[in-house]
Design a protein around this ligand. Structure first.
Ligand code: SF4
Length: 390
């Protein structure tokens, strides 16, 4: 009997009640109900399509499922139920499948959260972003601070013990004291996983002149690292912290060279064995769906496929990806001997590049494993480029 192949599935819901002024995700203001329903029907068709196409690679087992957005907590329970049922077509959903849904604090209610638990959703991600009313207003969030606390309390009562909060730093006119207050609130919550991102805006954005200076942003990054590690969170990825055993299994697939299928507008996929179908060179295949939700919906309505970019990775691309994602995993790093045996043709300069990065104090290299040092946390991409230079 062939071995079951593990799969992660990402489902994109692109709509939000309002569009926050800093957001560059594939997210749009909620349209009328008929448009949303057509999108959800298209999603169900896409599930049917891939369940059929990937049947050649069975047996598959879904080990992680992630509803992201947009604001997927706006999806009706009826559609969520249908989507979960349809996913059974892929084969098996693991008994301990990690099922995450992203949400905004204002979109939740006690009954919605109870319904999620009944459907098997076991990980709730809440986009808090800040506990400072001034900052929430500046970012045009559609919720207040009280909504965050209420959502956490409802989630706890509904039985979510794997609760994740998103926070942003480097906000307009934010000081270290402001950040300290946000961190204190975050630490006092029952969240087991924290995703913390720096606010990044285009140079022409009206809020850009109000953002903290570069040196203050670096100081904020390290203040967050110190405060959270001192309070029992492991800084396991550049932007992610978790209590032991609560790292996001789904996101680890992206960083760990494991297969995932992205469904919905703009979703990305990576499937190693799909190259057998398209004649890749053995380094895996990536593809992406049409970004625009209306065009995505149209393409499926007409019986087509929403895939717009299908790319078989070259050896150099796969090498760069392995180093970039490996370095981001701060506790695991990159196993250089494994890497060298896999990418034999590309590693002739690795030794000298590692020596140079050690001299800059950006990396530690022990027992054949290369990790970013705290001084190198802010230079992950530069370090990866150095390591892949020919
Ligand atoms: S709620 Fe999230 S996805 Fe939606 S507009 Fe705001 S930041 Fe973007």
């Amino acid at each position: 009997m062939p071995q079951q192949q593990s799969l992660g599935i990402y489902i994109h819901y692109p709509y939000c009640r309002t569009k926050c002024n800093f957001c560059d995700f594939n997210a749009y203001r909620l349209p009328k109900e008929s448009v949303v329903n057509s999108y959800c029907e298209a999603l169900l068709k896409e599930i049917d399509h891939w369940a059929g196409t990937l049947s050649a690679f069975r047996p598959l087992i879904i080990e992680t499922l992630y509803f992201g957005g947009g604001t997927p907590s706006l999806i009706s329970i009826e559609y969520l139920t249908r989507v979960l049922k349809a996913l059974n077509q892929f084969g098996e959903i693991a008994g301990d499948c990690e099922i995450t849904i992203e949400s905004t604090p204002g979109s939740l209610s006690p009954s919605l959260l109870r319904n999620y638990r009944a459907l098997g959703i076991n990980r709730l991600s809440i986009g808090a972003e800040s506990f400072d009313p001034k900052m929430l207003k500046a970012l045009e969030r559609d919720h207040g601070v009280e909504d965050i606390f209420r959502a956490i309390e409802w989630a706890e009562r509904a039985g979510f013990d794997n609760l994740c909060l998103d926070l942003m730093y480097g906000l307009p006119h934010q000081t270290m004291d402001d950040l300290g207050r946000d961190l204190a609130q975050l630490i006092a919550c029952s969240a087991r996983h924290l995703s913390i991102y720096q606010l990044t805006l285009t140079s022409r954005h009206p809020l850009t002149p109000k953002l903290p200076k570069e040196e203050d942003l670096v100081a904020m990054f390290y203040a967050i690292h110190q405060a959270l590690e001192a309070n029992g969170f492991v800084h396991y990825e550049i932007s992610n912290y978790a209590k032991s055993g609560f790292e996001c299994r789904h996101n680890r697939r992206y960083w760990g060279d494991e297969d995932f299928l992205g469904l919905g507008a703009g979703a990305h996929s990576y499937f190693m064995r799909y190259q057998d179908a398209i004649g890749g060179a053995g380094w895996g295949v990536r593809w992406a769906n049409i970004m625009n939700p209306l065009l995505y919906t149209e393409s499926l309505k007409e019986g087509g496929r929403p895939t717009c970019r299908l790319h078989a990775l070259t050896e150099s691309e796969a090498f760069l990806e392995r180093i970039m994602t490996g370095l981001r995993l701060l506790k695991e790093g990159v196993n250089v001997s494994k890497l060298s045996s896999k990418f034999n043709n590309l590693t002739s300069n690795l030794e000298s590049a590692i020596a140079e990065l050690r001299a800059r104090r950006w990396v530690d290299f022990q027992g054949g494993v290369l990790k970013l040092s705290p001084e190198g946390f802010c230079f992950a991409d530069e370090a990866a480029l150095k390591l892949t230079e020919k």
